[in-house]
Design a protein around this ligand. Sequence first.
Ligand SMILES: *Cc1c(COP(=O)(O)O)cnc(C)c1O
Length: 467
Amino acid sequence: MNKNELFRKIPKVDVLMSRPELAEAIEKYGKEPVVGILRHALEELRKKLNEDPKEEILTGFLENLENRVLQKVESHKEANLKHVVNATGVILHTNLGRAPLPPIALEKLMEQMKGYMNLEYNLSEGKRGERYSHFEELLCHLTGAEAAMAVNNNAAAALLMVSAVGDGKEVIVSRGEQIEIGGKFRIPDIIDQSGCTRIEVGTTNKTRLEDYEEAITEETGALLKVHTSNYKLIGFTQSVERDELCALAKKTGIPVMEDLGSGVLIDLSRYGLRKEPTVQESIAAGVDVVCFSGDKLLGGPQAGILVGKKEWIAKCKKHPLTRAMRIDKCTAAMLETVLSMYEDEEYAVKNIPVLSRMTESPEKLKVKAESLAYRFEKEMPEGVTVGVVNTETPIGGGSLPGEMLKSYAVTVGKAGMNAEETAAKLREGELPIIVRVMEEQLLFDLRTMYEEEFDAVVDVVKEVLRG
Ligand SMILES: *Cc1c(COP(=O)(O)O)cnc(C)c1O
């Protein structure tokens, strides 16, 4: 067969598109990506036939065509955002999406998001409602506050709080609490952005009640307390306790705001962890507005939650920034479900992943580590050594600084292996695995790994170490 005849035998794109598998792919992914990949494949075929005009090449190509196109379309359409295995042991890993969400809440979310919903619709009155109404009562019930709302994240909540409560006046803050909360966002910047005047009192290591007292003038709009949740000041230090600050505020009639950072709703010391101030304690002490993150120790969706006295929360709700920072319906729904899980602490600790991971005992993690190590040993190629070691990992996400959780990790090593390169390969597959490397060994920390992931992890690691 000559070249021209061979070229004439190449089917037209329209004809190929009507083949059942490809028609199905078009239905599923749309015409453009499928046809694009098909055209590209035909171009390559023409090039090949031009160089080597053999009929076998054409028939072989046509036989394999559907599979090749389908594979390419599928990988082209695979989302960039995907599930990864977190084997670092860091529970609130900001780069890995911080808090993993409770499966119970996700199932519910699917139902809630499919069609329309009563996001801002009051069903009993048949008119406009408020998007916070679905979880406001719950937040008040859980924290003891009079009113509540939520915005996109806690950085936004802090800015809104200072803007609305400070109201362009002077805001007094201790020099020991001028923290950076990450992403170049700093407390002094927030105060400056709010349009209030920043009045710094005390020194880096010591601030006394008199420092606040002396700074209060006619121009004072509010006092700001910031929980230094992402670092720890030790040594010759002094700061003003929340109670004292609230007493001073009460005496002078000036509101107190507090940025709690990783707001917890349960007493962590009950679980052998270091005590973090709870939101309830801030409210009980008399703080007027408290803001905290939804996706740190709370274990919910990314959000900035504001709770406090009715008067001040009402001001926050009315502030123009609120519209620019408002949460979407997924967040509102997820917040409601996660908060409702806190009605029973035992249930929350069991079913909210951040809490269940944090409170899992080292003994249990050791058993899991041994079970993973056993599977690795059984499946790994020749020359791979597997072990179980003690580890200590931070909680992450700027929560509980200095607090290390005792855990166990499985180590995997191989003579001559470049551990960093192997770790990079583990990140590149269809199921990326993020590991730590220590002394040329790969570390799989059980604090953040799920047993359901073990099979897939063993398969991926086996493949990578074989190659
Ligand atoms: C983490 C943190 C924030 C920022 O919270 P995001 O939810 O990450 O925006 C603000 N203030 C403090 C004290 C924090 O620890």
